[in-house]
Every structure is written in C-alpha cells, then in structure tokens.
Design a protein around this ligand. Structure first.
Ligand code: ADP
Ligand code: MG
Length: 702
C-alpha cells in the first residue's frame, strides 16, 4: 500500500516518463527525445539507441525481464508479444540486451489480426513503430512500449495511427487559424481528453456461473429483481467497505502506471461505479484508458469481483458509458474552449466553438458511427443514455453569446490587439455558471465539450479521430475564407462568417431534455439523423462526405476506410451470433433444467397433496405449474424461431445485409424469447437455477 505522504514519489514509479528520462539520459539525447514528444519531429537511430540502453537498465532495475511492443489492433483491444532481454553468450551464460532498433521497430505477424481486406492486397507482415509521445511502462515483469501498428504497405492496422494523424491535422489547421488572428507564437495545438469510465462490479463466483456474462459480457436472460434503481439510492451513495478496498487498490495500481485517477464514486445503477482521470493529451489518454480497463479487471479479480465493462450488462438497469471530455489547447497554454474573462482570448474561443458546432452537425453520422458497437446500440436511446440523435447543449450563458453572433453585434475591432468581445455577456461565463444537462450527447461543460455517447468497453480513439478531423475541416474552411485579410476587413469577414456558420448549423443546438419522445420528433423535423442501430449508420462511413473528409486530411485512405467498414460490420454480426448461440444454449440447458426440476417437484407435491387430502385443490401449486407450462410452451416456439433465423443469418454473404438481418431479426427473436424465459424464471425458486439471478448479482456486494 502506498503511504499517502509518499504518493508524489510513488506516482508513475513504473513509468519511463519525463522525470526518469531527464535523470538517466545524456543531456543532448534527452533534448532530442523531448523535442520529438512535444513537437512530433522525427527521431534519429543514434538517439533511439541511447534511449534503449537507459530504458533497458531502468526496466531491469524495476524487475522486468522482457519487453513488448504494445499496440491497438482494429479489434479495439490491445495486443502484446513479449521478448526477453537475454542474449546467449556462447559459453552458456547470457547478457541482457536491447537495441535502438528493437525499441523503434517490431515485426509481429499481422495475419491473425483483422485487416478488413487490407491483408488480401498486401503482405501479411505487420510492423509496430515506437510512439515516443506515449511513455513506456512496466507491467507484470515486462517493459511495455506503446507502438503504432501498420501493414507492409504502410496502411494503418490500428487505432493509434489514425488518432495521431487526426491530432496532427487539427493542430495544423488550428495553428493556421491562430496565426491569422495574430497569435504568431502558437506552433502546436494539442487535443486533450479526459475519459470518465463507468463499470459494474459483481461477485466473481456469480460471474463464473453465467455463460452469457462469460461469453458475451451481458446477461441474455434474467427476470428483474423486485428492486431496481428506482429508489435512486446508489448514485454518489456511501461506498461499501469491500468496494472501497477495490477502488483504493485500483487507484494505486493506476497511479504507479502514471494514470492520473482522480474521482471515484457510485453510479446510478446498483453495483455500478465510475472512475474519472485528470485529462491528458489525447494519445496518452487513449492509451491510459485502455490500460485502465485492463487494470480494473485485474484488480477486481484480486478482490473476488468480476468487473463488467459491457455497455448494457443488465436489462432494465442503466448501462455504462465513457464520457469523452474533449478540448484543444495551444502550446502557449490557451485552452481554446475556455471562454475566459479576458476578451482578447475570446476570438479564438468563438471560432473554435462555432467550428465544433458546425463539425458536429455536419458530420453527425460519423460521430454516431465512432461509438457504434453491438453493445452500445443497447444503450443509446434507452432511457438512461443519450439518444442516437446527436445534438449539442451549450447552456444559457453561451446561448446569449450565440445570440449576439447571430445579430452580428458580437465584437468590435480586429487583430489580436484590437479585438474585443461584446463585453456585456462574456465576463459572466465562468465554469461554475455552466448549467448541467445530463441528457445531451454532446454538452459544453465550462471549458470543454463532453461527448457522452461512447460505450464503456470501446476504445475512445474512434470518437476522437472523428471529432478532431471534423473540427480540423471546419477550421480549415473558415481560415481559408479569411486568409489574406487584416484589420477591419478581417473583422467584417469574421463577423459574417461566424454568423453564417452558426445559422447553417444551429439546428444541432438543443438545450432541453434529450430523453423525451418530443425531442426525437422535433429532431426529425429539424432533419437531424437518428441512426438507431449500427447497420443503419454504416453506409455513411464509406459515403462521399466521409471519404472526402478523411482522405483530404490524410487520416484514412479509401482502403483504410473500407477495411474499417468491413471489420465493424463483421464484429457486429459475430457479436450477435455469439449472443444468439449462447442464449439458445443457456435456455436449453440451464433454464430448462430449472424448469423441469421445479415442475417435477410441483407435480409430485400436487399428487401427494391429493393423496393425503382427497379433494384438495392445490390451487397455488397448480397455478404456478400451469403458468410455467404456458411459458415453457412459448419458449419452445420462440427458441425454434431464433435457431432458424440464426442459421439464416450465418449464411448471408453481404456484410451489411448480414448485420442488418442480425439486428432486425435475430435480436428481435432474442427479445421475444426473453419475454417468456424471464416469465418462467420469475416463478422458479433460486435453488432450482444453476445460475445466479439479477437480485443475487446486483445486490450482494458488501
Ligand atoms: P464534470 O463531468 O462534472 O464536469 P470535471 O469538471 O471534473 O467533471 O471533468 C470531467 C473530466 O473532464 C475529467 O476527466 C477532467 O480531467 C476532464 N477535463 C477537464 N478539463 C478538460 C480539458 N480542458 N480537456 C479535456 N478534458 C478536460
Ligand atoms: Mg462529466
């Protein structure tokens, strides 16, 4: 356990970060690495060699015998292959070696990772390339080196590469904009991300006894407990002692890995919790979120829990998301989404704000797709999560600012020195005044936007790739229109441009309750897309606006887009297929054995009662037996339909048609079957069931 007063020392003790590098690297090497990290410049091999030596020594001192290139293939998970540092000497002894070449480049076989067709046209070989901007760390006796993963032909086979590209693109466009506004000293703009992570904890033994949780991450059958979340007694509630011990351990493990875990609390649903870190550069934040999910599972296991990261583990109970807090900040320290008190800073803020509004409206289908998965589709649009319609909440204060832009009286003067906001509104905007709207999928929260649609289990890389690129595009479009202008001309053009963009995109603004049916109807009138399921949204990914956007900013080539299209659809269909098969098996074996055993005992009981007490009605037992029999007859019918449709789904060749069939038929069959399985289960005493019930799983934590 880390002593509280030793925390600053222990924090990041397993990370080869800036502090360690400054201590251990020769000055010129440190400078070169630092420059690479801060400004993204290329790193020479001699520098890499020097870093490798220091890294190896540090890693061995800290107990590592192996190193691994750690990467994020398109499965959305992480991947690793470990090599030891040993090098045999010929006399039976070994020395520990690690070269700059080994640090910089790895060659894992790419052939078993999904490539979405990229593999057919290119070699199976894949390369991992060191990402110096995300620090290496030690875990389970290995040195982990964050890397990008690409094919022999250079196509990105991972999520990190396009994320880094999108950060570059946004930086490039935002720097141009800042220079135009007179901020000559800005040379880089950084995307910052804080991703709040929701999760469930349940007893590990309970978890092990449910095939649905083991194989699919969510419960496929299960009658609701007689208590749900209606008492609203869990959110921010007192943390139970065992859970608290878990959270404490989790914090420590994360801190040692340099992950700035900050906030922890109980969430709305029973057994649901949240951890929020302090924000970091997008690339590091995404790596850290991937690690966080892994550490959560590991620490949970140590404490006798299973950590559920699925978006909707329990029917009728809130699902889990991952709020993606997003902003951009210049290398001179200006948060471009901070309204600030000083009017000078507000011109960049206004442009950024309008650019985000325009980007979110224009590329809403892509944002929707960036969070699409079989799991998250169960959450979006359910009444506890944002709907599948994307809208932006800006709050009252910013609405006033937008009103003044619309009326064209927003600011006077031009150029950095002279520009001034219509001061009457802005000084009042402080972080604390921003009101809350928990129902909005995309909300302004004082000095950042919070994108609330990402699911709890997915990498947030996709969401930020889309967001960064879309905003880069709008900023680029705006800067182009203003380029070459100065003084009054710039001022007039800017005023007109902000107004024009706002009017064109204000349909995406909505400050009301996003969970209501009225809003869905209103959104339709406004022409906002409502892409409920992944297959509905998927064609947008390879549509013309998407291809144009991503190829223009060099985030994805057409082939890279196609490959992701295929993988996402395939993954979706496979997930539902596994669910359908698991459900069939659980119903046929586990639930049915419970039904039979209980029916037998009921029948025996009724017969015995009649013998012992001629004329006895056995009404209660009889009614239960009858209802159970009716439910099981329906189960038999629905099970057959599900079986038939699952077989049909498996035989469909076109990936989009297949995904669509899984969504429209197989999922619907599963819902229908579930009505009767849950009816039956509700009648059966717990001891007749081979698996734990909702009540047991959700309310047994201490
Ligand atoms: P709330 O969601 O209640 O507004 P916080 O203000 O604590 O909570 O912020 C939530 C998350 O947003 C945290 O992870 C925090 O680090 C992150 N965050 C704060 N400022 C920024 C920023 N400028 N860019 C990105 N994320 C940020
Ligand atoms: Mg939040």
């Amino acid at each position: 356990m880390i002593e509280a007063k030793k925390l600053p020392e222990e924090y990041g003790s397993l990370v080869f970060g800036d502090k360690v590098m400054r201590e251990r690297l020769p000055k010129d090497v440190y400078k070169a690495v630092h420059k690479t990290i801060v400004s993204g410049t290329h790193l020479e091999l001699d520098v890499a060699n020097a870093v490798a030596v220091a890294m190896k020594e540090w890693a061995i001192e800290n107990g590592a015998t192996h190193y691994t290139h750690w990467f994020q293939p398109m499965t959305g998970l992480t991947a690793e292959k470990h090599d030891s540092f040993i090098s045999p000497e010929g006399d039976g002894s070994v020395i520990m070696e690690f070269s700059g070449k080994e640090l910089v480049k790895g060659e894992p076989d790419a052939s078993s990772f999904p490539s979405g067709g990229l593999r057919a046209t290119f070699e199976a070989r894949g390369y991992t390339a060191w990402d110096p901007s995300s620090p290496a760390f030690i875990k389970d006796g290995s040195l982990y080196i964050p890397t990008a993963f690409c094919s022999y032909g250079g196509e990105a086979l991972d999520k990190k590469t396009p994320l880094l590209r999108s950060m570059e693109a946004l930086s490039k466009e935002a720097v141009k904009m800042m220079k135009l506004l007179g901020y000559e000293d800005v040379n880089r703009v950084n995307t910052t991300i804080g991703s709040e992570q929701e999760y469930f904890l349940i007893d590990k033994d309970d978890y092990m006894r449910r095939k649905d949780l083991l194989f699919t991450g969510r419960t496929l059958i299960g009658a609701p407990a007689t208590k749900g979340q209606e008492m609203e007694d869990h959110y921010f509630g007192v943390i139970k002692p065992k859970v608290s011990a878990f959270m404490h351990d989790l914090d420590e493990e994360l801190w040692k890995l340099g992950i700035p875990a900050k906030t922890k609390h109980n969430e709305v649903a029973p057994s649901q919790h949240e951890m929020a870190p302090v924000f970091e550069t997008a690339n590091v934040a995404v790596d850290h979120n991937q690690l966080t999910m892994e550490v959560m599972k590991k620490v949970a296991d140590k404490h006798g829990y299973a950590c559920l990261l699925h978006e909707k583990p329990f029917e009728g109970i809130n699902g889990s998301g991952k709020h993606n807090n997003w902003s951009i900040c210049t290398d001179t320290g200006i948060n471009l989404l901070d309204p600030g008190k000083h009017p000078d800073e507000n011109i960049p803020f206004l442009i950024t704000l309008i650019a985000v509004i325009a980007a979110v409206d224009e590329y809403a289908p892509l944002l929707r797709l960036s969070v699409a998965s079989a799991g998250n589709d169960h959450r979006l649009g359910a009444n506890e999560a944002p709907p599948a319609v994307i809208s932006i909440f800006v709050g009252d204060e910013l609405t006033k600012v937008l009103d003044s832009i619309r009326s064209g009286k927003s600011f006077k003067g031009a150029g950095k020195e002279k520009m001034e906001m219509g001061a009457q509104v802005l000084p009042h905007i402080t972080k604390d005044n921003t009101d809350r709207n928990r129902t909005s999928p995309f909300a302004f929260t004082g000095n950042k936007f919070e994108f609330r649609m990402p699911g709890s289990s997915v990498s947030v890389a996709n969401a930020n790739i889309v967001l960064n690129t879309a905003v880069a595009e709008v900023i680029s479009r705006m800067t182009e229109k203003l380029s070459g202008l100065a003084g009054d001309e710039l001022h007039d053009a800017l005023t007109a441009l902000l107004k024009e963009e706002l009017i064109a995109h204000e349909k995406v603004l909505f400050n009301g309750n996003g969970y209501t049916d009225e809003w869905i109807a209103e959104a339709e009138k406004r022409g906002l897309p409502n892409l409920k399921a992944l297959p509905d949204a998927m064609p947008h990914w390879i549509g013309e606006p998407s291809v144009e956007l991503f190829t223009k900013h060099q985030i994805f080539t057409k082939e890279e887009l196609d490959s992701r299209y295929e993988i996402l659809l395939e993954n979706y269909s496979k997930s539902i297929n596994i669910e359908a098969l698991t459900m069939q098996e659980m119903v046929r074996k586990d639930l049915t054995s419970g039904i039979i055993a209980y029916e037998q005992d009921l029948t025996k009981e009724i017969l015995q009662k009649e013998q012992a007490l001629p004329g006895a009605k056995a009404a209660l037992e009889g009614n239960i037996l009858k209802t159970l029999d009716e439910a099981s007859s329906q189960i038999a019918v629905k099970l057959e339909t599900l079986k038939k449709d699952t077989l049909e789904a498996e035989s469909i060749e076109d990936p989009l048609a297949q995904a669509d069939f899984y969504e429209k038929k197989v999922l619907a069959d599963m819902d229908e079957l579930r009505v009767y399985t849950d009816q039956a289960e509700a009648l059966i005493p717990d001891e007749y069931l081979t698996y734990p019930t909702y009540g047991q799983m959700l309310f047994s934590l201490r």
